[in-house]
Design a protein around this ligand. Structure first.
Ligand code: SF4
Ligand code: SF4
Length: 269
């Protein structure tokens, strides 16, 4: 199982939900718990979250990561993942929490969109596809449970704008789940971890890696695609995932021009 969002260390009610399960929940500014869920919780950031937030602040990815995140690990894969850096001096508040609530609401991370639903992913080998399951996070601090009208998990995801994030993150999720299926005994070296981190989260560094290293003399990249990748983070991320799948798992999505061992040829910063 790969849990996408398990804020805090509070118990998750062990009720497995699917897309057609109904939940009864409503969040409201008037509740006494307003914004309490934005403190002391571990919020992991997916690649799509980082693209949205770096655009929100008009920051390069490395600067965004430096200012607002700390390193985390995506268990049980051992792969790195950025986690929002909480502000100790503000009672462990999320840095994006303002007096009136979330200051990045339209670009809030997918974990915040799902809450209080937790989403988990696993690879179903029988159907050779990834499946998602859900559970309710029922924390005592949150007073929204039982309020509002019944709604399906499917509708909740739609209302919260989760779907476009899933679409962007899909190839990354494939890579993570594939790593997970290898089991804990297959070691990943530091260079591979760096490659994974840069391609997944630090897209501006990946752009420099592609355009200011021997990369393009080793890999064949369609001219139109390369041109788009210069300015479009989504196109670049799409390519980065193809490159990772090619390099890590030999999926052959990017053609190598020369019979060289690219991992030994290009240095990853
Ligand atoms: S109802 Fe729950 S999600 Fe809404 S503000 Fe309160 S703690 Fe946060
Ligand atoms: S990003 Fe917004 S919704 Fe999410 S924890 Fe921070 S302030 Fe709260």
């Amino acid at each position: 199982m790969l849990e996408q969002n398990t804020p805090g260390h509070q118990p998750i009610v062990p009720v497995k939900l699917d897309l057609d399960s109904t939940i009864c929940f409503a969040c409201d500014k008037e509740l006494v718990c307003f914004t309490k869920c934005c403190r002391s919780n571990e919020i992991i950031l997916t690649p799509a979250d980082i693209i949205r937030l770096k655009h929100h602040f008009n920051l390069p990815s490395d600067e965004f990561l430096r200012r607002y995140t700390i390193p985390g690990t995506l268990q049980p894969t051992e792969l790195p993942i950025p986690v929002i850096k909480l502000e100790e001096e503000r009672d462990n508040a999320c840095p994006f929490l303002g007096d009136d609530g979330c200051t990045v609401y339209e670009d809030r991370p997918v974990a915040c969109r799902y809450y209080p639903v937790a989403a988990g992913l696993f690879h179903n080998q029988d159907i050779e596809d990834n499946e998602t399951f859900f559970a309710m996070i029922n924390e005592p601090i949150c007073h929204g449970h039982g309020l509002g009208t019944d709604i399906t998990v499917r509708q909740w995801r739609k209302d919260q704008g989760v779907e476009p994030y899933d679409e962007i993150n899909a190839p990354w999720v494939d890579i993570v789940l594939k790593r997970k299926s290898m089991g804990p005994f297959v070691n990943i070296d530091d260079k591979t971890l760096k490659m994974f981190f840069m391609s997944s989260y630090d897209l501006d560094a990946f752009r420099r890696f592609v355009f200011f290293s021997p990369f393009l003399s080793i890999y064949e990249v369609d001219e139109d695609r390369a041109e788009k990748m210069k300015t479009d983070d989504y196109a670049l991320f799409d390519f980065a995932m193809d490159w990772l799948k090619t390099t890590l798992y030999g999926e052959g999505l990017i053609t190598i021009r020369e019979q060289v061992a690219p991992a030994d040829t290009i240095e990853v910063d």
